[in-house]
Design a binder for this molecule. Structure first.
Ligand SMILES: NC(=O)c1ccc[n+]([C@@H]2O[C@H](COP(=O)([O-])OP(=O)(O)OC[C@H]3O[C@@H](n4cnc5c(N)ncnc54)[C@H](OP(=O)(O)O)[C@@H]3O)[C@@H](O)[C@H]2O)c1
Length: 329
């Protein structure tokens, strides 16, 4: 089969011909159809995310059809199914003609969901629903989110509107602010405006926003924590700035603010099986609606480097979907 391979952290991505992996007990082999490029893929390729043995195949989520099972009840039940899938923690990823993974890491897709939208189901839609769940169960009256013109940010806007939770969206460019207002966001602040911190302070106190979702981190975290009301929880869920967080401990101590980390996989592990089944069903139901992702374009897997540079030029414009056209021949 052909696959995208990387031989060292930060190294070039090359198309290689490698043996089709053989699934073991509890595992399935997925013939891949589609996979997005996400910020976590970029971090992984740069060597800033999960540990990997080299060479390896990147790609942290995708969709395809299960073509064989290595044995086991669930794996057997998956054969022939269209699925959303993700790789095992240290396994090869979705940017290949075939991927071997645990049957537990595949979720059957209803016919109504395309391979493209299905390929993006496991990361952002589930995270958006998880963040909404945190807002509701934590009894927060309002929420703040930054990098809000992201695919995930747009899902949060739709979910917050549906659930009547005031959401303060932070973007870094004026055209992003306009786009979010046009899609129904009530509160949008531009972090490059001179009065940004004062406005965030005013609005978050007025709305009693005590849950701050922070995907940018770095220096922005200290500003967020300075502006936030007493008792705020800042949820660090990505490091888009690439910088370490520098926080004045005084602002944590005096006003009982806290910083917590969020990683979808770990969060799900804390939930019971019934919760997970209900949660996944809710995500599937809303995938063509609140949890949909705008697609900027499709590109063949072999053009992955081009796809990445196109995506990086303006991430807010939508996802680039890698398609495994050769596998359909
Ligand atoms: N912790 C978890 O489990 C988890 C799960 C899912 C997603 N995430 C994170 O959630 C974030 C959004 O993901 P996505 O796939 O929805 O993203 P996306 O659609 O690819 O968009 C990325 C967004 O981040 C903005 N951005 C990039 N670098 C930035 C910086 N230094 N400062 C401010 N904004 C910046 C981009 O704005 P421009 O267009 O201006 O570049 C764009 O709006 C990512 O960081 C991702 O890693 C975390």
């Amino acid at each position: 089969m052909f696959a995208i391979r990387q031989h060292e952290a930060g190294g070039k991505l090359v198309v290689e011909s490698i043996p089709v992996p053989q699934p073991g007990a509890g595992e399935v082999l997925v013939r891949m159809h589609a996979s997005p490029v996400n910020p976590s893929d970029l971090a992984l390729i740069q060597g800033n995310y999960l540990a990997r043995n080299f060479p390896f195949t990147p790609g942290l989520e995708g969709s395809g059809v299960v073509v064989s099972s290595g044995g086991g009840l669930l794996s057997g039940m998956r054969v022939g199914k269209r699925v959303a899938c993700s790789p095992d923690p240290e396994g090869d990823g979705t940017w290949a003609e075939y991927m071997k993974t645990s049957a537990m890491r595949t979720i059957p897709l209803p016919r109504s969901i395309s391979f493209e939208q299905g390929a993006m189901m496991l990361v952002n839609p589930m995270t958006a629903m998880a963040l909404l769940h945190m807002a509701k169960t934590g009894n927060h009256q309002a929420v703040v989110n930054n990098a809000a013109a992201s695919a995930l940010g747009k899902m949060l806007i739709r979910l917050a509107n549906q659930n009547q939770i005031p959401l303060i969206n932070i973007v870094r460019r004026e055209e992003q602010a306009t786009e979010l207002r046009n899609m129904g966001a009530t509160y949008v602040l531009n972090s490059n405006d001179s009065n940004f911190e004062a406005e965030l302070h005013r609005l978050s106190h007025e709305l009693k926003a005590t849950l701050f979702m922070d995907a940018v981190t770095g220096e922005q975290s200290s500003l967020l924590l300075r502006a936030a009301p007493q008792g705020t929880t800042l949820v660090a869920y990505a490091r888009l700035s690439g910088d370490p967080m520098m926080v004045d401990p005084g602002s944590l101590i005096k006003e009982e603010k806290q910083i917590i980390g969020f990683q979808l996989g770990h969060w799900l592990q804390t939930k019971g099986i019934l919760f997970k089944i209900r949660f996944i069903n809710q995500v599937k139901k809303q995938l063509s609606d609140s949890l949909t992702t705008h697609i900027k374009g499709n590109m063949p897997l072999e053009e992955v480097e081009k796809a990445i540079s196109l995506y990086k030029k303006s991430m807010s414009d939508g996802k680039i979907i890698l398609t495994m056209k050769k596998s359909n021949k």
